[in-house]
Design a protein around this ligand. Structure first.
Ligand SMILES: Cc1cc2nc3c(=O)[nH]c(=O)nc-3n(C[C@H](O)[C@H](O)[C@H](O)COP(=O)(O)OP(=O)(O)OC[C@H]3O[C@@H](n4cnc5c(N)ncnc54)[C@H](O)[C@@H]3O)c2cc1C
Length: 392
């Protein structure tokens, strides 16, 4: 709800009657077979929690499930005589096709496109600087020109709703996940942020990193709010290399969001965003469905942790993706889809761009990352603690 660009103050008039469409695919819908079941349940809960807050602001949550999203939007426009819809600015072909279908059905509909709560204004960034071909270039531009945006003000409250809308609702029992997320992050900052840089590269351990990926991917906190909280922490408690490093990692996230905004559906290209003719050692000829046997104790442990919990550390993600691409010659897209199916914090842009980066088909100046398994074991699990726990 906080910093939610879809309900920002300047989008609506207080006399407007605003409904927020909350679409959840049916649990037996084929499309959710591509996603982690845990992620699905978590998103569903977050959706209910969001709906509760909408009601408090006199906004109307409309739950729909099943069917295709575009069909549901078209149906709602027809049934409720809707005059204006607010949609995310489309970047992928599937989104563009969906919007075409909606505007073809209602040529006079007022469609307003907005961007999500990004750290920077993507459109003006590209206009001024073009797309930076390396992360370092991007980071330096953002830092030098102070481009991080502030969170937006969201709608205070609309005119009172007809009470029937909210009667008979079991929603009272739902917890406030947004509040829960903020509390968790404040606790993390106090306890562990000052040592983040020393711990975030580890393979395992409690509080080695911020744990923000799940709430960020589900949308129960925005990166701008996180950035603001870190700055307050730096001003009032501690400011050191670690506090800077968390902002640095959030800029990585932003870089991949900008890359996807700029290159759209090309981030799903087997040959990468630049359509490289010469591939590095990753075998792009391998079938997507042909998943290799994992014949290494560390890789098997990472896979077990991933499939059993839905979460693995950044170190584990790097080792695992490098192994599949370079040791097993797996098409990187198959790896990215495997993560999509298992990660509880799955994020389209971060996931696909990281896989592409490791495969050397993105913007890595070093042309890909090969992780030597023996070296990784001796550096990060020399005493077998991780493998003893997960290699079962
Ligand atoms: C092959 C591969 C696939 C990945 N897939 C995903 C994914 O689907 N969803 C996801 O959220 N992260 C993904 N990551 C990035 C990273 O591993 C996770 O964000 C991080 O491990 C999550 O834990 P955390 O929030 O505690 O991390 P922290 O170290 O505390 O990082 C804080 C935040 O910074 C951002 N961040 C950190 N590392 C990266 C990175 N390498 N690239 C972009 N942003 C980053 C994330 O938003 C993260 O939540 C992937 C990394 C690799 C190598």
């Amino acid at each position: 709800m906080d910093d939610n660009t879809f309900i920002s103050n300047d989008l609506f008039d207080l006399n407007d009657e605003v409904s927020v469409l909350l679409w959840i695919p049916n649990s037996d819908n084929n499309s959710i077979a591509d996603y982690s079941r845990k992620r699905y349940e978590l998103k569903k809960y977050a959706c209910l929690s969001f709906a509760k807050k909408l009601i408090q602001k006199n906004l109307i949550p409309i739950f729909r499930s099943g069917k295709k999203l575009e069909d549901i939007v078209i149906e709602e426009i027809k049934n409720n005589d809707i005059q204006k819809v607010v949609l995310r600015f489309p970047i992928y072909n599937s989104e563009k096709q969906m919007i075409k279908k909606i505007s073809d059905s209602y040529p006079h509909l007022d469609i307003k496109y907005i961007t999500l709560a990004n750290l920077i204004n993507q459109k003006t960034f590209i206009q001024h600087y073009g797309f930076p071909k390396s992360f370092t270039k991007f980071r330096k531009i953002v830092e030098k020109n102070n481009l991080i945006l502030e969170p937006v003000d969201t709608i205070r409250s609309f005119k009172k709703l007809n009470n029937n809308i909210i009667k008979n609702n079991k929603i009272d029992k739902i917890r406030d996940v947004e509040n829960f997320t903020i509390k968790n992050f404040l606790f993390y900052m106090k306890k562990s942020l000052p040592t983040y840089k020393q711990t975030r590269d580890q393979l395992y351990g409690n509080n080695i990193s911020s744990g923000l990926s799940i709430p960020l991917s589900i949308g129960t906190i925005s990166p701008r709010v996180v950035f603001k909280l870190i700055k307050i922490f730096e001003k009032n408690i501690v400011s050191n290399q670690s506090t800077y490093w968390l902002k640095f990692e959030l800029l990585w996230r932003e870089y991949f969001k900008l890359l996807s905004y700029h290159y759209g559906s090309n981030i799903f290209n087997t040959s990468g965003i630049f359509n490289q003719k010469e591939y590095p050692s990753c075998g792009i000829a391998n079938n997507l469905g042909n998943f290799p046997k994992l014949d290494d104790d560390l890789i098997n442990s990472i896979n077990n942790q991933l499939t059993q919990t839905g979460y693995i550390s950044n170190r584990a993600r790097q080792i695992f993706s490098s192994y599949l691409i370079y040791n097993k010659k797996l098409n990187w897209l198959a790896g990215a889809l495997y993560f999509k199916k298992n990660l509880i914090d799955y994020d389209t842009e971060i996931n696909f761009c990281n896989w592409m980066y490791i495969a050397g088909l993105g913007t890595d100046p070093r042309g890909g990352r090969v992780f030597n398994l023996d070296k990784q074991k001796s550096l990060y699990d020399n005493d077998y603690v991780y493998r003893k726990k997960w290699n079962n």
